[in-house]
Design a protein around this ligand. Structure first.
Ligand code: 5GP
Length: 193
């Protein structure tokens, strides 16, 4: 997505060799018109996949996922990050390790919002090592649904997330793929949409 790549070049900043800051349009402040375009692009790329629900992970996945769900005209379901295990009927959890935060959390789904037979488009802001997307896919499948595709706003293509997900058979749709980055430069690989 050209517009997104241009925005990353203009406002993105490599904090170090691994972490990209995009706080001015995605993580802290949200550029709503840009997210609307992200939503339209992801929805267009997934239009033949029979998507019945969009699922995302709080909090930075919500803006792009909401716009995608709106274009596809399907419900949006939010997976919460809980500090501890919740022993409650109807809730399923899996542990995810966040390398950016250097901490583990319990990714949590209220099962009644993802139904057996649902075809889910999973949407997240970043793909790095694939831990979050793997955990989310596991919960979606435990609920009896299938993952139609994984839509990513920014993939760091130099990290192993994409390979991990495609090896498991998931279709990954990344709108921007950062091939390399460092102080003062960001380079892209070809995106999926
Ligand atoms: P993964 O689980 O694929 O290793 O990491 C994905 C999650 O970590 C995303 O949901 C995102 O919140 C966070 N993340 C990973 N890398 C970055 C990054 O470079 N910048 C930002 N802002 N978040 C990241």
């Amino acid at each position: 997505m050209k517009l997104l790549e241009e925005r990353i070049l203009r406002d993105g900043r490599a904090l170090n060799a691994d972490v990209l800051l995009v706080d001015s349009f995605l993580n802290n402040q949200v550029d709503a018109p840009l997210m609307a375009e992200v939503g339209r692009t992801l929805a267009e790329a997934a239009k033949d996949l029979g998507v019945t629900r969009v699922v995302t992970i709080e909090s930075s996945g919500i803006a792009p996922a909401m716009m995608t769900a709106m274009t596809l005209n399907v419900p949006l379901v939010i997976l919460k990050k809980s500090a501890s295990r919740i022993l409650q009927d109807g809730v399923i959890q899996t542990e995810v390790f966040s390398f950016t935060k250097n901490a583990a959390y319990q990714l949590t789904l209220k099962k009644r919002f993802v139904l057996p037979g649902d075809r889910v488009l999973l949407v997240d802001d970043f793909l790095a090592r694939g831990e979050a997307a793997t955990g989310a896919s596991k919960l979606i499948e435990q609920a009896g649904a299938s993952v139609a595709a994984i839509g990513i706003v920014i993939e760091k293509a130099f990290q192993p997330g994409r390979a991990l997900l495609t090896e498991k058979g998931y279709k990954v749709i990344s709108l921007a793929r950062v091939a390399a980055m460092g102080e003062g430069y960001i380079e892209f690989a070809e995106a999926d949409a």
